[in-house]
Design a protein around this ligand. Structure first.
Ligand code: FAQ
Length: 327
């Protein structure tokens, strides 16, 4: 059964007969649905792939604060401001859970952050798009957190224990985020004609980048085959994208807005919507650092890191003092 799966996933995944005894035992644990814990033996490739994915996930949460943080001081009411503030603060917390999960694999948080700041590590492409007005706060919460949830709900079943447990908590918070976004969209799309037009415009701009969040098409995904075999990922990029499209189009219709894709159509037999591909050339350009906000995002993170040095130093000095007192 497993051999067949491996052969069909292809792309560099070892067949059982090519595995060492240890690797076979490890794969058997994964196939049986067991969680792998930090002190368990694991193949180097599993560890590296997890560090890559978890740290980039963490970086996405941290950089993801910027497009919304930008609107906290301009929220239209005190209530909206408090909600947005709480949401952005949650994203910082998600970054911390994820960096902690990555650290259980033997890497240092400082090194991971250096990789983000130098531009070596990736973060989600979506955060390289600007948020131009208040309707974008609705569209980000609804579409971006909505897409993140589709992925993260599945990741609760990932094989690495600390990552999976971090996802459980993150998903609870993300569903509040998506609801607050949808609530903004409801208000705007049932408001004045100008407000409804703003909601439609935000949807039109963020729809395609939201589809790109799930990664390149399966045929071009570098890591999917091995990540699926190890259950680091539990659904493919295209499966996630389809789920998102299927859940979001009825919500667009409920809002009375137009689906930004004229080819989107429900297939009543399969229950799935067809949809057009986003512009993959644009996606790869954003990954290479050439999106509308890549330079600004990295600059903002670098400035925050430099300006926060005194705070980190203070925390370290306090921790050392406490340790000395305890000895
Ligand atoms: N953006 O082989 P694959 C959030 C890279 S959380 C940038 O298919 P994989 C919450 C990929 O890293 C959003 N890079 O990769 C929030 C790889 O490059 P590498 C983040 C991308 O890993 C809401 C290369 O392309 N969620 O938004 C993207 O198997 C609101 C080849 O691709 C997660 O990170 C992309 N969209 O599948 C926060 C979930 N797609 O590393 C604030 C965990 C691909 O070899 C406000 N991650 N790449 O240099 C995953 O599930 C996977 O990593 C995928 C990509 C599905 C994102």
């Amino acid at each position: 059964m497993y051999a067949q799966e491996v052969k069909s996933t292809g792309k560099g995944v070892k067949a059982p007969e090519e595995m060492s005894v240890q690797e076979r035992a490890f794969q058997a644990r994964i196939d049986a649905g067991e969680k792998i814990e930090p002190k368990d033996w694991m193949p180097d490739g599993y560890r590296k792939n997890l560090v890559r994915q978890i740290s980039q996930h963490g970086h996405s949460e941290v950089v993801g604060q910027l497009p919304e943080g930008n609107w906290i001081t301009r929220a239209p009411t005190l209530e909206r401001k408090a909600i947005l503030l709480a949401k952005v603060q949650d994203e910082a917390g998600h970054g911390l859970y994820l960096y902690s999960a990555a650290e259980t694999l033997g890497v240092s948080r400082a090194d991971l952050i250096d990789d983000l700041l130098s531009g070596k590590a990736k973060y989600s492409s979506i955060f390289n798009y600007p948020t131009l007005n208040w309707a974008d706060m609705g569209a980000v919460g609804w579409l971006v957190d909505g897409a993140a949830i589709v992925n993260q709900v599945a990741l609760q079943r990932t094989s690495y224990g600390p990552y999976s447990r971090a996802m459980v908590r993150i998903c609870k918070e993300e569903s509040f985020h998506a609801r607050q976004g949808f609530d903004i969209m409801m208000k705007m799309s049932s408001g004045t004609a100008a407000q409804k037009a703003m909601a439609q415009d935000a949807l039109n701009r963020l729809w395609w980048p939201a589809l790109m969040m799930f990664g390149p098409p399966d045929a071009e995904s570098v890591h999917s085959a091995q990540s699926m075999a190890w259950k680091i990922k539990v659904m493919t990029n295209d499966e996630g994208r389809q789920k998102f499209v299927d859940q979001t189009i009825p919500q667009i219709e409920y809002l009375g807005l137009e689906v930004p894709d004229s080819a989107a159509k429900l297939n009543r037999e399969t229950g799935h919507y067809s949809y057009s591909d986003p512009d993959w050339a644009e996606f790869f350009a954003v990954l290479k650092g050439n999106g509308p906000c890549n330079v600004d995002r990295l600059r903002a993170r670098n400035i925050a890191h430099i300006e926060g040095a005194w705070f980190r130093d203070g925390l370290m000095a306090h921790a050392q003092k406490q340790q000395l007192a305890a000895e």
